[in-house]
Ligand binder design. Sequence first.
Ligand code: NAD
Ligand code: WQD
Length: 346
Amino acid sequence: MILVTGGAGYIGSHTTVVLQQAGYEVLVVDNLSNSEANVIDRIEKISGKRPAFEEMDLVDTAKVDALFTKYPIEGIIHFAASKAVGESVQKPLLYYRNNLQSLMNLLESMNKHGVKNIVFSSSCTVYGQPTEDNLPVTENAPVQVALSPYGNTKQVCEEILRDTIYAHENLQGVALRYFNPVGAHESALIGELPIGVPQNLMPFITQTAMGLRQGLKVFGGDYQTPDGTCIRDYIHVMDLAKAHLIALERFMKSNFKKRFEWFNLGTGTGSSVLEVIQSFEKMSGEQLAYEIVDRREGDIEQIWAETTIANEELGWTSELTLDDMTASAWKWEKYYNEVLKPQAEA
Ligand code: NAD
Ligand code: WQD
């Protein structure tokens, strides 16, 4: 059985489907602080199998340990965390407690109960703004001083993971540094569900096209990039989910060089904000209302992944395009607002 923490969330729900379709039994643990319980129903609808589900807070040490007694856990994919950069600046202690304590609880119980493998959700945010000679960014690029408490929790969690694995021979793990996950499962039954006003580009685009937002603000048109807007490496959430299956299986077959590894999960292609908008308009047929305004505090100018190590060492390559991402994001936004949300509210 694979424990998927945060499995009712955006990336965790997609990964749960992929794991189930690969034949794994899955236990989802989630405190529903940033997701809804009916995601479990929709995971079942997609995969035909209902994952085991425990609604609980991973900060609760005793409850985490009880999980390992109750379930035959053989591996963990740890998605659960607070992830809003802006909120982390306002509430740093909430972020340090939630993101660090959850991981430490899992690692302690893994060690106590003889569970060997963990895959950890990290982020390209650990790189900050890579220097020009470090773009595209490889796994060996320097980890920069974090730009937010959230980013720092990812850096510190990677160090906690590394140090704990090196202290206990029975542990091994991998940190996957995601670039910008976007898009949704082809069924449109699961997808990104930001609570409140979306901070991220893609949900803001789809909510604007849905008429839920007045208009998209493009944060900055005067960057040193071809069209003046920021560049990111957007990656389809389904490509990301498949990478987790591969990482878990590689570790469980113990054929990585070291007991602690980290990989960039990106496409290797950078796209500007305007290019994302153009792709969305092409794939949706919707004309998007947007204006270019001042830069957003804390944004880096450009980052995209160098994918050779992930392709060769992890044995994974992204397959889906930016158009696949914008098309699936739009299909999800429409289906959620026109079907799923009304059903849930009926
Ligand atoms: P999400 O908020 O959709 O999912 C996280 C889930 O964890 C939520 O369902 C939430 O309810 C749950 N959770 C949070 N704290 C918990 C706790 N203490 N106990 C139990 N459950 C808890 O976020 P996501 O976008 O799916 O991100 C998943 C992981 O990937 C996070 O660790 C995030 O930092 C990381 N990540 C996300 C992005 C991104 O852009 N989405 C990029 C890089 C890294
Ligand atoms: C992408 C680009 C914005 C919204 C964040 C976190 C990172 C990770 C992924 C967790 C930027 C521009 C956005 C809008 C805009 N999360 N934008 N108008 O900032 O690259 O990364 O999410 O790990 O840690 O920092 O993603 O989607 O917020 O922004 O112009 O309304 O879109 O300026 O250039 P970001 P994003």
